[in-house]
Design a protein around this ligand. Sequence first.
Ligand code: CA
Ligand code: CA
Length: 288
Amino acid sequence: MVKMVLAIMISLSYQGFAQGSFAPQAGELGSTAIPKDSACFRDWAISCSVERGLRQAGVLDSGYANAGVAVYATGPADAPLTVSLGDSGVATLMFSAPFYDGEGPDFAVFENGFGTGSDAFLELAFVEVSSDGEHFVRFPAFSEIPTTTQKASFENTDATLVHNLAGKYIAHHGVPFDLSELPNTTVLDKQRITHVRIVDVIGSIDAAYATYDSQGGLINDPWPTNFGPGGFDLDAVGIINSSIPIGIHSVGSKEDKTLFSIDLLGRESESVHLLQYDAKGNKYLTTP
Ligand SMILES: [Ca+2]
Ligand SMILES: [Ca+2]
């Protein structure tokens, strides 16, 4: 009985900390954040194009966000090297190979938020994917951030209040996205995704500039952010369920022999064979 009461008290106090329905910030119990160095990442963006948004939507002479360059969103997560999108700015990324809806999350998006627990500065963005570079389908985003007063330019956000929005987690911690959470549609092949598009959430609760979640609710995000690094700061997109084809990677050389590892299933681990070739390309040793 004592144990049961204790369990209920712990459960109540845990829920007491969490304001919202979703997973908490990186480092907190139950967080879904994926550290950038996780071995689950098999591929990273190889190209990124950016259409910057204004520093402040509705204020034309605010100019465009200009911090960073698009190439900072390619390769592994390495914030502070990020590209700032500005209000409703868009980044479109491509990869070494298509990726697919496998078990669990299929890719993750990295931003440069900072802070700990529920006290973190976060800038949010919608995430969309495409299998033809033309039709993009948006992940159903959820925001429970109260919308009674505008979140100020440097105000913090509790990660438990948002789901399926990039920027939910602090720098060097990826926000996972699972293709199985997308609606089925004939314009998207979930087993062959080729593009990821990131669209900045403006964050204003003024209906003239507001952006909305999948339930039609306003998303209240720090705003205005009228400066060069305004809006979502994209660091990287890491792919988990990549269909990188059979890989042949040089892993070193020994005397006149070159060593390769061959990834026969396009997946890491179990099926790696080590082959050795001489300088003429003749195979002379295979290890299982
Ligand atoms: Ca999946
Ligand atoms: Ca980066």
